[in-house]
Design a protein around this ligand. Structure first.
Ligand code: FAD
Length: 461
């Protein structure tokens, strides 16, 4: 056993991204000294891309975690409410599908960079030390040292540590070290689709060129374009598209092919995208994957949190929200179990979260299929309508899966289970009918009594 010169409960956090910075605020609130090691330079001083996706959808789980550390009000000042999906059909027809049952049930578009900067500034104000340009290249679990590398100076260093939290994202260096240990479970599944960020700038009078308070979707079967509003009246668009194959990033390899493709598939968006060609060829094509692993911790030394523990595809807008919820529950475990036994905290944290992070990973893949090719399908839309009617009639028990995930904090595993039960009920009710008037309400009552005679909001896993 090595003797540590660090104060008791000193924590090293690897990665000052969204979850690392927020987690440091929770830990500082408990009075623990925190050092963060971040690979990138300080984005508040140097203009860097804040990583993938310029804006993000923030919903109730993320908001709740931000509230706990007193930063929510500041963040929400620049947040733009998105009340539902605006579907852009090929013929230009627009259909608005509200996300929730009222004006309160909305999600918010926020700037990823703005949020990260605010979290870092607050963390520093509360006493965190953020060491920028420090890439973690490994960890020695025996001697309890982090290996760091400065890309600019090529300097390598070793840092002593008591406790290490790996919040270094989907390609986590800490997780990579854990993978070298015996009996570590790991899976990484790439989606066949990648993504490309594009832009719709503000109009000539700095106005929004599309409906401001909506998440816009151009669903086209095997692929889709989406757009989220920014506070400068621009929209960040993301094309989710196959990486390979006949229609893919591989084949869209010339200006003509890109223009032709957009003219054919997104004719109403194209005139709003003057920098399309530049953006398309200059912006990197991102890949999308689901990472599941276990155990998340090593002894009483190290634990993973956020994307490092569970990267998910972005189609439920929950990766950050889920990671922020991790921060809340990690803090809750400290409150429940004290700090004499960090191994217990790590284990209990994983027990609480893993079943739920696995569930949201699966829900996110399901939602990809829904967004890209079902939101334009008449039977799917009919079922959605019936779902809303059932919600109005049975508000306590029939809360749609989307609402459970985005507007409530019930465990994700409950939302997954409820989604399956609801889908079964809707399939039976809607089978062979096309109009609301044809619904057999006696059958509805019986099915609800049999399968949903409780409130999902009271369920735990
Ligand atoms: P990251 O944000 O990836 O942060 C990791 C940090 O660690 C970074 O600062 C990185 O520089 C640093 N780092 C990495 N390696 C090292 C190292 N070796 N040493 C030191 N530092 C290191 N989520 C939502 O909730 N809503 C959305 O709408 C949404 N949209 C998305 C759209 C896209 C296209 C993508 C790809 C993701 C989206 N997400 C969304 C998911 C969200 O971005 C992630 O879940 C979230 O960023 C996870 O936060 P994190 O802090 O765990 O990881």
């Amino acid at each position: 056993m090595t003797h540590s010169s660090l104060p008791k409960n000193h924590l090293s956090i690897v990665g000052a991204g969204l979850s690392g910075s927020l987690l440091s605020l929770f830990l500082l609130k408990r009075g623990f000294p925190v050092d963060l090691y971040e690979r990138r330079p300080d984005m508040r001083k140097i203009e860097i891309s804040a990583g993938r996706s310029i804006n993000l959808a923030l919903s109730v789980r993320g908001i709740h975690a931000l509230e706990q550390v007193g930063i929510c009000e500041e963040i929400m000042q620049s947040a733009i409410p998105m009340k539902g999906r605006m579907i852009h059909a090929l013929d230009g027809k627009l259909t608005f599908q509200p996300y929730g049952k009222n004006e309160q049930e909305v999600i918010y578009s926020i700037s990823r960079g703005g949020l990260n900067k605010s979290l870092m500034t607050l963390a520093e104000k509360k006493g965190a030390k953020i060491h920028f340009n420090r890439k973690c290249t490994g960890i020695n679990f025996q001697s309890r040292h982090l290996h760091l590398y400065e890309e600019e100076t090529h300097l390598e260093s070793l840092v002593e540590t008591n406790l290490v939290i790996g919040t270094d994202g989907s390609a986590s260096a800490i997780r990579l070290e854990m993978q070298k240990k015996r009996r570590f479970n790991y899976s990484q599944v790439y989606l066949e689709h990648g993504y490309k960020e594009l832009c719709i700038p503000p109009g000539p009078n700095n106005e929004f060129l599309l409906e401001k308070n909506a998440l816009h979707i151009w669903p086209r079967g095997t692929y889709m374009l989406i757009a989220l509003p920014n506070s400068d009246a621009s929209f960040t668009c993301t094309l989710f598209f196959p990486m390979e194959g006949e229609f893919s990033f591989e084949t869209l390899d010339s200006e003509e092919s890109v223009l032709h493709f957009f003219q054919k598939q997104f004719p109403d968006a194209l005139p709003l995208m003057p920098t399309l060609i530049k953006d398309f060829f200059e912006n990197l094509t991102g890949t999308l994957m689901t990472v599941k692993c276990s155990p998340w911790s090593v002894d009483n030394l190290s634990v993973l949190l956020g994307d490092a523990a569970h990267a998910i595809v972005p189609f439920f807008g929950q990766g950050m929200n889920c990671s922020f919820e991790d921060c809340f529950w990690f803090d809750e475990c400290i409150a429940r179990y004290g700090t004499e036994d960090w191994e217990k905290i790590f284990k209990e944290f994983e027990k609480l979260r893993k079943i739920n992070t696995d569930a949201i990973a699966d829900l996110a893949v399901e939602n990809f299929i829904e967004m890209r090719d079902r939101v334009g399908d008449p039977h799917f839309l009919f079922k959605k309508k019936v779902g809303l009617l059932l919600e109005a009639k049975y508000p306590v028990s029939f809360i749609p899966k989307y609402s459970l995930v985005s507007f409530h904090r019930v465990p994700y595993a409950v939302a997954l289970k409820m989604g399956q039960i609801q889908e079964g009920i809707l399939d039976e009710i809607c089978s062979g009918i096309h109009r609301i008037e044809e619904i057999n309400w006696e059958k509805v009552k019986k099915l609800i009594q049999e399968r949903l005679n409780f409130s999902p909001l009271e369920m735990t896993v």
